[in-house]
Design a protein around this ligand. Structure first.
Ligand SMILES: Nc1ncnc2c1ncn2[C@@H]1O[C@H](COP(=O)(O)OP(=O)(O)OP(=O)(O)O)[C@@H](O)[C@H]1O
Ligand SMILES: [Mg+2]
Length: 373
């Protein structure tokens, strides 16, 4: 059985434009294969922008994905474990097929894509500011009727496994009962470290309380000033296996650097950002540096590495990083920054200086906070 899902984009000036159609052939509710075609009026419009520079360049031709995996630029816009579990609750279903998922997502999540139900002509941008989040006492409340609607229309739709809420301008992440450390505080500290290590576009974050829960509230970097959206694409989507759309099993920081060199504006600047992230990930022991935790962003002026997100120290000892750099089993330390720079093809001196300044700032900040206690 085949279904056609209209694909829309929310532009930075907050208009909604139809980009094209995704035709999916299902077998027992599982994807058998899919095709995507840009609408000709989109191709000729001044707002046209490729959905993915690797797998969906702007073309009149039908893009064929003869594989049971959806293309990464669609997959990226779907809710992950957390959003899917809420949809399953709403359907009172133990399991959730990709067909059920595509048929039951509502609204847009992070980034600019909006996947419509078959036949949808004019979707609306879901407004999440009108909900009074302070009424939430517990995460389980989200499965209640009162909140479930909010959760399904976007609030819980962002990617990732951690429970979170999406509002018009913030991403709110919760600690999990199984966490061994206070992840919200730790991530907040890491984002501040990034900000003070030369990654000046890192979004501001705060620790807030919702009911019983301590949460990390981060400003969204995919929103324009007019309340429109910017295009986001994870490195996972860009590095899927051509022909099969399978996720890569083993990847390197060098693979991200190759994508940056091929597709980004001012690649040297983006490579310095990537090196900063690699050095910080080593210093704070963020071993969860997988490809969905790196994204490219396009604000209408070309592709660039997105601001930093999901940088959290691992509570385990002796864990390998998800990505390798310079062929070593552990990430390169700050003292060996030249090796890392060489692997990414850039001079690393200024980057290493900034990361040292950030770590010094962090040490002073920690001491100052302790002496105030
Ligand atoms: N500040 C932000 N603004 C806009 N989008 C963001 C922001 N931070 C994260 N995202 C998007 O939301 C998604 C989920 O965020 P994040 O990776 O922080 O959550 P997570 O649940 O901890 O993920 P993981 O499963 O890796 O632990 C990311 O893949 C990214 O696309
Ligand atoms: Mg993540």
């Amino acid at each position: 059985m085949s279904k056609v899902y209209p694909i829309f984009r929310i532009t930075p000036d907050r208009s909604i434009i139809k980009v094209g159609d995704l035709a999916v052939q299902f077998e027992n509710s599982r994807v058998r294969q899919s095709q995507f075609r840009y609408k000709s009026s989109y191709l000729s419009s001044s707002d046209s922008m490729e959905l993915c520079p690797v797998f969906a360049p702007l073309t009149n031709e039908v893009l064929d994905f003869k594989t049971p995996h959806l293309p990464g630029f669609i997959d990226d816009a779907l809710p992950d474990a957390w959003g899917r579990s809420l949809i399953a609750v709403s359907l009172k279903s133990r399991y959730l097929s990709v067909e059920q998922l595509l048929d039951n997502i509502r609204g847009s999540f992070t980034g600019d894509l909006l996947i419509g139900k078959p036949g949808l002509v004019s979707p609306e941008i879901n407004d999440i500011s009108s909900y009074n989040l302070s009424g939430i006492k517990d995460l389980e409340d989200l499965a209640d009727k009162q909140w479930l609607d909010m959760a399904l229309t976007g609030a819980a739709g962002s990617g990732g496994a951690r429970p979170k809420l999406l509002t018009n301008d913030r991403l709110i992440k919760f600690n999990k009962a199984s966490d061994k450390i206070d992840v919200c505080e730790a991530e907040h500290a890491c984002l501040e470290l990034c900000l003070n290590s030369g990654l000046t576009d890192t979004p501001p974050s705060d620790i807030i309380r919702l009911g019983e829960h301590k949460c990390l509230s981060v400003e969204r970097f995919d929103m324009s000033e007019q309340g429109g959206r910017y295009r986001l694409l994870t490195l996972n989507a860009l590095l899927k296996q051509p022909g099969t759309n399978q996720d890569p099993y083993h990847c390197r920081y060098e693979d991200i650097a190759d994508i940056i060199r091929k597709h980004c504006v001012d690649p040297d600047k983006q490579l310095r950002k990537l090196l900063t992230l690699a050095l910080i990930n080593h210093e704070v022991k963020n071993t969860d540096d997988h490809l969905r935790n790196f994204s490219l962003i396009n604000r209408g002026d070309g592709w660039a590495l997105s601001p930093a997100y999901d940088i959290v120290p691992s509570a385990e000892t002796g864990e390998y990083h998800q990505l390798t750099l310079s062929g070593k089993p552990y990430l390169v330390s700050l003292d060996d920054h030249e090796d890392a720079g060489e692997a990414l093809g850039i001079n690393s001196d200024s980057v290493a200086t900034k990361v040292r300044e950030g770590l010094d700032w962090y040490a002073c900040e920690t001491l100052a906070n302790r002496s105030l206690r």
